[in-house]
Ligand binder design. Structure first.
Ligand code: F6P
Length: 341
C-alpha cells in the first residue's frame, strides 16, 4: 500500500514519535510505502509531499514539533479544497491516509471518511479534550512544563510576597490547569468549565497571604469570571471558527492587586507548553498509537481513530471521537477545592 500521513493543528510533543512508529512498522512489517504530506491538510490541498523512508525517521523519537510541519488549513473552507484533496490522493496513488490531529483535523478526517476517503485518525493535543480517548499524547508534557514553571515561579512569589497568576493553555478544557495546578500545589485553580467569582478568589488569596505565604493562582486561558466574557487576544477566527484566547491572567492579576492591596503579577506560559522534547509517557503513548494506526490501515479498518482506554489501545469510530469535547467534570474541581486558599 501507499500510505499518506499528515500532522494538523497546533504542534504537540510526540508527533514525530507517531511518524516514526507509522513509518517503521509500515515499511518493516507490512512492506508499505509511506508518504508524508506537509503542513496538515494544506499538503493534501496543494500536493506538498515528503517521502518518509527509514532514514527520514531516524533519531526523531524525542524531537518536539513535527518534521512534516502543521497548519490549521480546513479543506472544507478552501475554494475547491475537497476536490483538490481527492486529486492529490489520486495523483499520488495513495491507498489510505493517517491523520494525526485534534478535534479539527480529525473532524475533517471524519467528513472525508463519510465521503469515501479511507482515513484512520490518531488523537493528539496538549488540551486532552478528545472525548473518546482517556489521554491524548502531548498533554503529559504540557502538564510537566507548566508544573515546572509553577515550581520556579513560587520562589519569586515567596521572595517578593507577590501573588502570581499563571495562565495556561487548554482552550475550552481545564485539564492542563487542573493537573498542573494540583501537581504544583496552586492555591487557586480556575478552569473554563466553571465561572469563577472574583471576590471568592480574592478571599483565597488573602488567606494565603495571612499565613505569610505567597499565593499561586493557575488560570486556564478560557476561564471566565462571573458576569464576564472570555478574554481574547484577537477577535479573528481561524479556519475552524476558533477565536484566539489569552489575557485572562493579566486581567485577574489587576483585579487581585486591587482587592488585596498586594503586588500581583501574571505569567503566560503560552507555547512553551507545546515545545521541546516529549516526556517518556508521551513518547510511549505516541509510539503505541502510531503502531496501532498502521495496523488499522493494513486491515482496511477505515473511519476509526486509535484511542487509549485504561492501558489498552482500542479503535473507536471517528464520528464518536469528534462528537463532543471532553471537558473537566465539575466534581473534579470540587474535589480540589479544599486545597485552595
Ligand atoms: O489546541 C492546542 C492549543 O495550544 C490550545 O491550547 C490553544 O488555545 C491553541 O492551540 C493556540 O493555538 P495557536 O498556536 O494557533 O495560537
Amino acid at each position: 500500500m501507499r500510505v499518506g500521513v499528515l500532522t494538523g493543528g497546533g504542534d504537540c510533543p510526540g508527533l514525530n514519535a507517531v511518524l516514526r512508529a507509522v513509518t517503521r512498522k509500515g515499511i518493516e512489517i507490512y512492506g508499505h510505502e509511506v508518504v508524508g504530506f506537509r503542513s496538515g491538510w494544506q499538503g493534501l490541498v496543494d500536493d506538498l509531499v515528503m517521502p518518509l523512508g527509514l532514514d527520514a525517521v531516524e533519531d526523531i523519537l524525542a524531537r518536539g514539533g513535527t518534521i512534516l510541519g502543521s497548519s490549521r488549513t480546513n479543506p472544507y473552507t478552501v475554494d475547491g479544497g475537497v476536490d483538490r484533496v481527492r486529486r492529490t490522493i489520486a495523483a499520488r496513488e495513495i491507498d489510505a491516509l493517517i491523520a494525526i490531529g485534534g478535534e479539527d483535523t480529525l473532524g475533517v478526517a471524519e467528513r472525508l471518511t463519510s465521503e469515501g476517503v479511507p482515513v484512520v485518525g490518531v488523537p493528539k493535543t496538549i488540551d486532552n479534550d478528545l472525548d473518546a480517548t482517556d489521554y491524548t499524547f502531548g498533554f503529559d508534557t504540557a502538564v510537566h512544563i507548566a508544573t515546572e514553571a509553577i515550581d520556579r515561579l513560587r520562589t519569586t512569589a515567596e521572595s517578593h510576597h507577590r501573588a502570581l497568576v499563571v495562565e495556561v493553555m487548554g482552550r475550552h478544557a481545564g485539564w492542563i490547569a487542573l493537573h498542573s495546578g494540583l501537581a504544583g500545589g496552586a492555591n487557586v485553580i480556575l478552569g473554563p468549565e466553571k465561572r469563577f467569582s472574583v471576590p471568592q478568589v480574592c478571599e483565597w488569596v488573602r488567606r494565603r497571604f495571612e499565613r505569610q505565604y505567597a499565593p499561586i493562582i493557575v488560570v486556564a486561558e478560557g476561564a471566565i469570571p462571573e458576569g464576564g466574557e472570555e478574554v481574547l487576544q484577537t477577535g479573528e477566527r481561524d479556519a475552524f471558527g476558533h477565536v484566539r484566547l489569552g489575557g485572562i491572567g493579566q486581567w485577574l492579576a489587576e483585579e487581585l492587586a486591587e482587592c488585596t492591596g498586594k503586588e500581583s503579577r501574571a505569567v503566560v506560559l503560552g507555547h512553551t507548553q507545546r515545545g521541546g522534547t516529549p516526556t517518556a509517557y508521551d513518547r510511549v503513548l505516541a509510539t503505541r498509537f502510531g503502531m496501532h494506526a498502521i495496523d488499522a490501515v493494513s486491515e482496511g479498518d477505515f473511519g476509526e481513530m486509535v484511542a487509549l482506554r485504561g492501558t489498552d489501545i482500542v479503535r473507536v469510530p471517528l464520528a464518536e471521537a469528534t462528537a463532543k469535547l471532553k471537558t473537566v467534570p465539575l466534581e473534579r474541581y470540587a474535589e480540589a477545592e479544599f486545597l485552595f486558599g
